[in-house]
Write a protein that binds this ligand. Structure first.
Ligand code: OGA
Ligand code: NI
Length: 357
C-alpha cells in the first residue's frame, strides 16, 4: 500500500471555495493554457456509441458486434436497458447529492488520507505544490468484502448505506455480464477475462465526484485528463449537467448522457489483458458556472495481488506481449502518488517515458 500518511498541504474543500462566492479561483486550480477546456473541445454533435442491451434477448449477434466495435474504436460507450431499475439509479444519485449538501462538519468526519483514500477527499496525488482539480469526492470499497467497512461509508442520509450497498451489488452483476461479452468478443472463452481478474475475488470501489459551480470554468478542469487504472468503469453521470469529455485524436468530445444509461469505459488493466486490442481512452471533466454536477464512477478491478498480463491466447509470434506482468496493487500506486496524468502510465510500460507535469 501507499506509505504516505497525510496530505502534503492543508486540504481545502472546493465546495467551500465555490460557496464563498468569490469570483476568482485560486492559482492552485488554474491549468496551463494547453490543458484548459477551450483547447480542442469539439463543438459538434458527435457522441460516443449508445447500445441498447435489451437487444441481447433476441439478437445477440448485433449487440455483441456493436460492443466489439465500441471497445475497439472508442473505448467508451453508453448502455441502455441494462436491467438496473431507474428508481435505484435516481435514488443513489440523490443520496450522494444530499450527502454533499450536508454541513461541512458532518462531511469532515469522513475526511480521507492518502493511505487508503477511503472517505471524503479533495485531491488525488500527494505531490506538493501540484495544480489541483475543481472537485471534491468520496471514495469507498465494496469488494473484496474484507475491505468493505460500513464505518467508512456515509451514515447520512439515513438510507445511504443500504442504497449504496444495493446499487453496488447490482452494478457488480452487470459488470459480470459485460465481462463475458468482452471476453467472447476478444475470441476468448466467456470466463477467461473474469478468471484473469481473479474470478469471484475481484475488487470493486466507488468514487463519487462532486463538481461545485466554478466562477472561472475556462481556466480549470473538474478532473484532469486520465485513463482509469482499473479494469472497467461504469459511470452514472449527472442527468442534468454534462461535463465528461473523451479524447478522440486531438479533439475532446463532450458526452451527451442518455437518460438512465451507464457510460462504460475500458480501463488500463483490460488494455493490458487484451494486449492493446482494447484501449483505455483518456477522458477529463469540464465544469461550469451555472450548475454543480454529481457523478458516480464504479470501478470493477482485478484482484489486487495477482499479476495482470496479456492473455496467452492473444499472444503469438506476430503479436508479442506488449506489457510485462504487474499486480494492480503495484500499478495504482502511480496515480495515487502523482494524480491524474493522461495515459502516461500504461504507455510507460511499453517505452519508459515521464509524465511531463
Ligand atoms: C472518474 C471519471 C468522470 C465524470 O471518476 O474516473 O472519469 O464524469 N469521472 O465524473
Ligand atoms: Ni475516469
Amino acid at each position: 500500500m501507499n506509505g504516505q500518511i497525510d496530505w502534503p498541504e492543508p486540504i481545502v474543500r472546493v465546495q467551500s471555495l465555490s460557496d464563498s462566492g468569490f469570483p476568482v479561483i485560486p492559482d492552485r486550480y488554474v491549468k496551463p493554457p494547453t490543458e484548459r477546456p477551450a483547447s480542442n473541445s469539439d463543438g459538434s454533435d458527435v457522441n460516443i456509441p449508445i447500445i441498447d442491451l435489451q437487444g441481447l434477448l433476441y439478437d445477440d449477434e448485433t449487440i455483441f458486434a456493436q460492443i466489439s466495435e465500441a471497445c475497439r474504436e472508442w473505448g467508451f460507450f453508453q448502455i441502455l436497458d441494462h436491467g438496473i431499475s431507474p428508481k435505484l439509479l435516481d435514488r443513489v444519485q440523490e443520496v450522494w447529492r444530499e450527502f454533499f449538501h450536508l454541513p461541512v462538519e458532518v462531511k469532515q468526519s469522513y475526511a480521507n488520507s492518502p493511505k487508503t483514500y477511503e472517505g471524503y477527499g479533495s485531491r488525488l496525488g500527494v505531490e506538493k505544490g501540484a495544480i489541483l482539480d475543481w472537485s471534491d469526492y468520496y471514495f469507498l470499497h465494496l469488494l473484496p468484502l474484507k475491505l468493505k467497512d460500513y464505518n467508512k461509508w456515509p451514515a447520512l442520509p439515513a438510507d445511504a448505506r443500504q442504497v449504496i450497498d444495493e446499487y453496488g451489488k447490482e452494478v457488480v452483476k452487470l459488470c459480470g455480464r459485460l465481462m463475458k461479452i468482452l471476453s467472447i468478443n476478444l475470441g476468448l472463452g466467456e470466463d477467461i477475462l473474469q478468471n484473469a481478474f481473479g474470478g469471484e475475488n475481484i475488487g470493486a470501489c466507488l468514487r463519487v465526484n462532486y463538481y461545485p459551480k466554478c466562477p472561472q470554468p475556462d481556466l480549470t478542469l473538474g478532473l484532469s485528463s486520465h485513463s482509469d487504472p482499473g479494469g472497467m468503469t461504469l459511470l452514472l453521470p449527472d442527468n442534468q449537467v454534462p461535463g465528461l469529455q473523451v479524447r478522440r485524436g486531438n479533439n475532446w468530445i463532450t458526452v451527451k448522457p442518455a437518460r438512465h444509461a451507464f457510460i462504460v469505459n475500458i480501463g488500463d488493466q483490460i488494455q493490458v489483458l487484451s494486449n492493446a486490442i482494447y484501449k483505455s481512452v483518456e477522458h477529463r471533466v469540464i465544469v461550469n458556472a451555472a450548475k454543480e454536477r454529481v457523478s458516480l464512477a464504479f470501478f470493477y478491478n482485478p484482484k489486487s495481488d495477482i499479476p495482470i498480463e496479456p492473455a496467452k491466447e492473444l499472444v503469438t509470434p506476430e503479436n508479442p506481449p506488449l506489457y510485462p506482468p504487474m499486480t494492480f496493487d503495484e500499478y495504482r500506486l502511480f496515480i495515487r502518488m502523482r494524480g491524474p496524468c493522461g495515459k502516461s502510465q500504461v504507455e510507460s510500460l511499453k517505452s519508459p517515458r515521464d509524465c511531463n507535469k
